[in-house]
Design a protein around this ligand. Structure first.
Ligand code: IMP
Ligand code: MG
Length: 185
């Protein structure tokens, strides 16, 4: 039986698996140097950060703990307000902790800006952000991002945790979705 290879839905591979892993190793060296004392708490943002978290955490040679949050924006109209709903909260008490938020992509920056403020209000000692990808619009919102993997063009990308309608998260590389996939929908 012929199965359709989902890689053929990409018009272009933007970042290969090898490039992703090399970059995560690079970022891991920076993070190790920045947290010499206590293990940071890595907070992954579900579901997109699934792969980044798994691979980045394994690149690290220091102790870390991991936890997850799931958030969603309050519909399209509130995108701009940056109001976010917590679908799954942390299991960990973060007062006094050094928190490193792990994200797949920062686009408008509203989600992360809200998340940083939310975690700050719980009394974390420090909060930093690591994102694998950053789009140009992120510059418009005042959110500090300490570790950035790749600055990419404003195209819609999928793979390596990033989805289109919940699909393509399992691609190893990151690519631009071909127009034939969403045309006619
Ligand atoms: P923002 O930074 O608040 O605009 O939201 C970022 C979130 O939007 C990410 O965590 C992704 O879930 C989603 N997102 C933004 N751009 C893309 C993309 O190109 N592909 C897939 N998801 C994206
Ligand atoms: Mg995300």
């Amino acid at each position: 039986m012929d199965v359709e290879d989902i890689r053929s839905d990409l018009s272009e591979v933007l970042i290969t698996e090898e490039e992703i892993h090399a970059k995560l190793a690079e970022l891991a060296r920076l993070v190790e140097a920045d947290y010499p004392n206590e293990p940071p708490l890595l907070v992954g943002v579900l579901k997109g950060a699934l792969m980044v978290m798994a691979d980045f955490a394994r690149e690290l040679r220091i102790h870390v703990e991991t936890d997850w949050m799931a958030v969603s924006s309050y519909g399209a109209s509130t995108q701009s307000s940056g109001v976010v709903r917590i679908l799954k909260d942390l299991d960990t008490e973060i007062a006094g902790r050094d928190v490193l938020i792990v994200e797949d992509i920062i686009d408008s920056g509203l989600t992360l800006s809200w998340l940083r403020a939310n975690l700050e209000s719980r009394g974390a000692r420090s909060i930093r952000i690591l994102t694998l990808l950053r789009k140009p619009d992120a510059a418009k919102v005042d959110v500090e991002v300490e570790y950035v993997g790749f600055d990419i063009p404003p195209a819609f990308v999928v793979g390596y945790g990033l989805d289109y309608a919940e699909k393509y998260r399992n691609l190893r590389a990151i690519g631009v979705l071909a127009p034939h996939v969403y045309q006619g929908e």
